[in-house]
Design a protein around this ligand. Structure first.
Ligand code: SIN
Length: 515
C-alpha cells in the first residue's frame, strides 16, 4: 500500500514537475527541486500551451541558469482568456460573500503551508535572499487574509429622497473581468494585492505576470485552484517581453474586459491608459516612484540610518517605494553619511540569495546594472564623491556593490530619475522649505520618508509632500492595512487597505418610485 502511494507520488511529480524544459534542456538543480515549476500557462482551469506552440526561457538572475520555459502567449491567447474569464464571471458574481471568504481563507492557508517553496521560487526568479522572500510571502498572504475578510464588508448606502414617493439606495457590484499586469520585483505580493481584492469583490481575473517571474504567478494560481477557486475565475497568461505589448493591448481594449490594473513603470502605465481610454475601462495604476528620504537636524540619526537601510536596500533597491534620493540637513550631514556608510558595510552582504548570510542578491538583469552605473558615472562626472562602492561586484553578472555618494546636486540624473538599484545619493540642504521644494520637484509622487523630532515640523512636512504615502520616522510604509497609492505620475487608484477592494466594485444607484 505504502509502495503504491509512493509510485503514485512519483508519477505525480514526473507529470507535474519538469526536470527538462519544453524543448528538453535540463533545468538548474534548484529549479528541478522546486515543486512549483510548470511549463504551461493556466486558462479555464487547464494547463495550456500558447496557440502557436511557442515558449520562452526564464533564467535565474544570480547565475544565468535555466529555471524553465513557459508559453509565449500572444493576443489570440489573451482574447481566449478574457472570454473564459467573462463566462466564469456569470457564475462567480452570483457567489455569496461568505463563500468567497472561505475560498480565500483556504488560499491563504495553502500559501502559508507552502511558504518555503514559494519563497525559494521568488529567489530563483528574481534573486532576493530567501529570508527576504519569506517576508514577501508573508506580505502576499496578508493580502489574501485581509481581502477574505473584506469580502464580507462590501457595504452600500441609503440616501434621503427628494420626494415622498421615492427611495434611493446604492449597491456595489463586481466590475467584471479584471485584467492585471504585475511586476517582477515582488512576484507574489503584487499579484495577491490585486487578485485577492478582485476575487473578494466577485470579479474574475486575467493575469499577465512579468516575463521574469511567471512561476510565482502560476504557483499562486495552482494554490488558488486547490483552495476552490473555480475554473476560469483566475487565469494566467504568460508572455515574453516581445509579446507583452499585444497582450496588454487586448487586456485594455477587449470588449469583455472591465479594466486593467497595472504595477510597473510610468511610461508603460501611460500606454495602457491610452489603450483603456477607448473603451472607458477601469484603470488602476501603481507606477514609478522617486522617493525623497529627508533627515532634519533634530532627527535621531541612528533611527534615520536604520530607516534608510530599509527604505533604500530592501529588495536591493528595486522597489517603487524605495528611497531614491537622500536630502540631509547641513547640521547632521556628515554624521548621517558616516553612519550610513558604516551600516552598509556591516549589514549588506552581496551574493546568491540561496547562500546563508546574504542580505542583498543580484539585480534583475544587465540593463538594471547599467542604469545604476550610468547614474553613478553621471553624478561623479558632475562632482559627486563616492563614499562606498561605486562599481560592479567581483562576482560579476548582475551583482553590484551597494553604493553611497555624497555632494550630490539636483543637476545629476540620479536626482531626477528612479534608479531602481542599491545607490544612495545624498544631497545637503539648509532649510525645511528647500527640502520640500526639492522633494516635490519630481513629476512622480509615490512615497516619501522623513526623520525629525520636531512635532510641528512633522505635521507641516507630512502635509506638504506631494506623495501618496509618507513615512514619518519610519522607513517602511507598506503593510496590508496602509492604502498603497501614488500622486501625480505615480498613478491612480488604491491597493491594499479597506480601499483596495473599491477598484473592483461598481457603484450603482437604484431609485424606487411610486411609493
Ligand atoms: C513596489 O511596488 O515596488 C513596492 C512594493 C511594496 O512595498 O508593496
Amino acid at each position: 500500500m505504502l509502495w503504491k502511494t509512493h509510485i503514485a507520488f512519483c508519477a505525480y511529480t514526473l507529470v507535474r514537475r519538469p526536470v527538462f524544459d519544453i524543448v528538453g534542456r535540463s533545468l538548474s538543480s534548484m529549479a528541478a527541486k522546486n515543486p512549483f515549476i510548470r511549463d504551461k500557462a493556466y486558462i479555464g482551469g487547464k494547463w495550456v500551451s500558447a496557440k502557436d506552440g511557442s515558449s520562452f526561457e526564464v533564467k535565474n538572475p544570480a547565475n544565468g541558469e535555466l529555471i524553465g520555459s513557459v508559453p509565449d502567449m500572444k493576443a489570440v491567447d489573451a482574447e481566449e482568456a478574457v472570454k473564459v474569464a467573462y463566462d466564469s464571471f456569470q457564475t462567480w458574481k452570483e457567489t455569496i460573500a461568505k463563500e468567497r471568504q472561505v475560498i480565500l481563507r483556504r488560499w491563504d492557508e495553502l500559501v502559508k503551508k507552502h511558504k518555503d517553496d514559494l519563497a525559494k521560487l521568488i529567489t530563483l526568479e528574481m534573486g532576493k535572499p530567501v529570508r527576504e522572500a519569506l517576508g514577501e510571502i508573508a506580505y502576499a498572504g496578508s493580502m489574501i487574509e485581509w481581502f477574505a475578510e473584506e469580502a464580507r464588508r462590501i457595504y452600500g448606502d441609503t440616501i434621503q429622497a427628494p420626494t415622498k414617493s421615492k427611495r434611493i439606495v446604492v449597491i456595489k457590484q463586481p466590475i467584471g473581468v479584471a485584467c492585471m499586469i504585475t511586476p517582477w520585483n515582488f512576484p507574489s505580493a503584487m499579484i495577491t494585492r490585486k487578485a485577492a481584492a478582485a476575487l473578494a469583490a466577485g470579479c474574475t481575473i486575467v493575469l499577465k505576470p512579468s516575463e521574469d517571474t511567471p512561476f510565482s504567478a502560476l504557483a499562486l494560481a495552482e494554490l488558488a485552484e486547490q483552495a476552490g477557486v473555480p475554473p476560469g475565475v483566475f487565469n494566467v497568461v504568460t508572455s515574453s517581453r516581445a509579446s507583452t505589448p499585444e497582450v496588454g493591448k487586448v487586456m485594455c481594449t477587449h470588449p469583455l474586459s472591465a479594466g486593467i490594473s497595472f504595477t510597473g513603470s510610468t511610461a508603460v502605465g501611460k500606454i495602457l491608459m491610452r489603450h483603456a481610454a477607448d473603451g472607458v475601462k477601469h484603470v488602476a495604476m501603481e507606477l514609478g516612484g522617486h522617493a525623497a528620504f529627508i533627515v532634519f537636524n533634530s532627527a535621531d540619526i541612528d533611527a534615520a540610518v536604520n530607516g534608510a537601510m530599509v527604505a533604500k536596500f530592501r529588495n536591493a533597491g528595486q522597489a517603487c517605494v524605495g528611497a531614491n534620493r537622500f536630502l540631509v540637513q547641513s547640521g547632521v550631514y556628515d554624521k548621517f553619511c558616516d553612519k550610513l556608510a558604516q551600516a552598509m558595510k556591516d549589514e549588506l552582504k552581496v551574493g546568491d540569495g540561496f547562500q546563508a548570510g546574504v542580505t542583498m542578491g543580484p539585480l534583475i538583469n544587465e540593463r538594471a546594472v547599467e542604469k545604476v552605473e550610468k547614474h553613478i558615472k553621471d553624478a561623479v562626472d558632475k562632482g559627486a564623491r563616492v563614499l562606498l562602492g561605486g562599481e560592479r561586484h567581483s562576482r560579476g553578472g548582475n551583482f553590484i556593490v551597494p553604493t553611497l555618494i555624497s555632494d550630490v546636486n539636483t543637476d545629476m540624473i540620479v536626482t531626477q530619475e528612479e534608479t531602481f538599484g542599491p545607490l544612495a545619493p545624498v544631497i545637503k540642504f539648509e532649510t525645511e522649505k528647500e527640502a520640500v521644494i526639492i522633494a516635490n520637484a519630481a513629476k512622480v509622487g509615490l512615497a516619501s520618508y522623513f526623520y525629525t523630532n520636531d512635532i510641528p515640523q512633522a505635521w507641516r512636512v507630512a502635509e506638504a509632500l506631494e506623495v501618496g504615502m509618507v513615512g514619518v520616522n519610519e522607513g517602511l510604509v507598506s503593510t496590508v492595512e496602509t492604502p498603497f497609492s501614488g500622486w501625480k505620475e505615480s498613478g491612480l487608484g488604491k491597493e491594499a487597505s479597506k480601499y483596495g477592494i473599491e477598484e473592483y466594485l461598481q457603484m450603482k444607484s437604484i431609485v424606487f418610485g411610486g411609493i
